[in-house]
Design a protein around this ligand. Sequence first.
Ligand code: PTT
Ligand code: SF4
Length: 610
Amino acid sequence: MKGWNGNILWIDLNKEEAKTIEYPKEWAAEYLGGRGLAIRILWEYNKPGIDPFSPENLLIFAIGPLSGMPIPSSGKLQVASKSPLTGGYGDGNIGTLFSVEMRKSGLDAIVFYGKSEKPLLLNIENDKVSFENADDLWGLDSWETEEKLRKRFGRFAGMVEIGPGGENLVRFATVMSQEGRSGGRPGIGAVMGSKKIKAVVIKGTKNVELFDEKNFKIEGIKALKEVRERPGYNFWMREGTMATVDWAQEASVLPTYNFSEGVFDEYKGIDGYTMESLKVDQRGCPGCNMQCGNVILDTEGNKSELDYENVAILGSNLGIPRLQDVAVLNTLADKYGLDTISLGGVLGWGTEASQKGILNVDGRKLEWGDVKTYKELVSEIAFRKTELGNILAEGTMHACNKVGGCDFAVNAKGLEVSAYDCHTAPGMALAFSTSPIGAHHKDAWVISWEVQNDRFSYDREKAAKVIELQRIRGGMFESITTCRLPWVEIGLNLEHYPLLLTYATGIKYTWDTIYDVADRIYALIRAFWIREFNAWDRKYDMPPEKWFKYPLTKGPLKGGRLSYEGYNQLLDHYYDLRGWDKNGVPKIETLKRLNLEFVIPTLEKIVKLS
Ligand code: PTT
Ligand code: SF4
């Protein structure tokens, strides 16, 4: 098997034992790796219906055939599990040296199962695991943890860890690395905390075997060179994703006051140009030649790495007009290991609920833009130290089910929406609502295409565009497990990827075969949700009620909102194009075409298959 390592390392935390086992070769070709491999493992081995915090829930780290290789932006790792935030499939993509070292360790996935009684540091050398007591690390934030680990293991070791958010089972805690890389929005860090894993360190010393090394190298160098020569490269190096603030304001999609509006009067205080005037550093994932982490100093003098999502969701969405204030919340999220997007979502929902008199805890009233209170709340959430912090630590879906206010809880399937307001963007609303992990933009960022095209339509072409992007982004990039930004942001030619895959593995990958892999992964993830929910209905693919019920009150698109009739029509197109039935369940012929016959007996017991 060339291009893949062919092995999974299974780590039993109860017995403190590890073993490396080959996985079926056809899984590699049919699922590629990363997200694909993770869902295949979860379907095969995760016990249906379990509590995500139970020891039996598997935690998976996976890479793909292009991860860690000398090609553009390949230092990415997929972390996946059954999500404690949504109850369905959850994953995330984190830029970290862990990916590069894992690639050299002879492994394609690491699966953690069981639970340790005491805090653990797992130290992996190739596939040899030592289980070390981590009492001295438990309670430290992610930066402090990494600093200690770097002193011991050196600059070149791969490492990931959790902060107090993961330790205290905050449902949107993430896995952290390198002081600002964060992955696993749907609470994958909390699953790690439930197993008492504080950190995992890895070093690999093996050669990666490729099918056609010579041509792989030539193609990789060509792509790396092309990145630097793209016309948008210099501007990207100045602003990275931060340029999106001005664009989102212009397009009336900048989330403001808990997604009540799409414009923020004071957006200039948090935009890319302001960031440029404050920028002190730039960093990013390993081996990347278009590093996008823009660093400014927050109000406490900490270095804070900013991306559009963080800034919009913790800035305009909370009514905060000053970038250094936004940065301080962002720093705390990174240190505590909390997902910034869900954090901004839950603080926004909490503020609206407080303003409406729904959330009355300890007589505290939340106000838009109140940075001091927000800072206190981030730590109350991470440590679950007050009643209010404890409610918000559950995420918007669980919190509103408890106290009310679900009509303005801006999530899909329980995962908070990333930073694009969709009152006037039905295609992006569809992308959020059909994303396989809940509302994440990573699967289909259709909004820039939508704004330039027939923005307000609910037509078939729009549903087809969402699927095309899901195939490339959520299917291919999440599974080859490299960064998609060279293509998305500066237009690297996508044709490098089938070629690189073919040279790496010796299997001829074309766009047809890559799309089949992507469709297989989406259908299997859908089957996993159905198995976990023991039911399925199209209501799970509906966007937040707020975008239908409460129109925009400001800006050029004042009065804009989604239409139920239109959205249902768009969803019908989407299902039809995917070969799924009217309830969003893959049809038998679709499952057969994708070699997913093995899910049919399980699904037949839960839903009527057509
Ligand atoms: C991603 C999500 C994003 S998407 C952002 S900003 W973005 C938020 N970043 C967070 C952060 O930082 N700290 C924190 N505590 N929580 C955060 N939550 C949010 O997480 C990130 C980049 C970015 S920056 C994007 S778009 C791209 N995402 C990719 C992806 O999803 N897949 C892929 N193949 N390539 C990608 N490249 C880009 O990676 P999640 P990272 Mg992240 C401070 O993890 O769970 O997928 O959520 O991975 O290494 O931090 O890189 O404007
Ligand atoms: Fe990481 Fe940004 Fe480079 Fe992608 S472009 S690999 S997110 S630094």
